[in-house]
Ligand binder design. Structure first.
Ligand code: MG
Length: 162
């Protein structure tokens, strides 16, 4: 495993997110098309998304923003407060996550919107946890949704090719 990819996997794990959790979200996104799909079949696609530099830096950046806000170490207290209350009109968390989806085309973008609205699995958990005091998952829930949406898109395209 390449060093930055491993760093991202470790960072995600430190925030309570496993590759398995993301693969399960990707499976959910494909479940209308492949009824018997197992999350294990999506792991390769999740790891492939995380192997891309642009995805890696989105992961590192998003998680760092959440952590610094959580530790009350931001210079800008207006920004810190917006992150801590997961301000609905903030929007930069989604924009950063689009950066990952952009690498995987329109299926990734529409899947991202879908799972952002219909929170599933680990994304629902992160969203809930972020509402309790002391935890900030403002960037992380979108990052995880974008990785899952991108992995689902990659899987769909490879399936079509078969
Ligand atoms: Mg968010």
């Amino acid at each position: 495993m390449e060093e930055l990819a491993q760093h991202c996997i470790d960072l995600l794990a430190s925030r309570g997110v496993s590759i398995d959790d993301i693969a399960d979200c990707a499976r959910y996104l494909q479940s209308d098309y492949h009824v018997d799909l197992k999350k294990e079949e999506l792991v390769e696609s999740v790891l492939s998304v995380i192997s891309k530099r642009e995805a890696q830096f989105a992961i590192v950046t998003g998680i760092e923003m959440d952590k610094v806000a959580e530790q009350h170490k931001m210079d800008d207290k207006v920004l810190e407060a917006a992150l801590l209350r997961d301000e609905p009109l903030f929007g930069v968390d989604e924009v950063l996550a689009y950066g990952i989806c952009n690498l995987y085309g329109s299926i990734a973008m529409t899947n991202f919107g879908f799972i952002d609205k219909n929170k599933y699995g680990i994304i629902a958990k992160l969203n809930e946890a972020g509402k309790s005091t002391g935890v900030c998952n403002t960037f992380l829930d979108d990052i995880v949704g974008a990785i899952a949406a991108s992995a689902a898109s990659r899987f769909a395209h490879r399936w079509i090719k078969k």
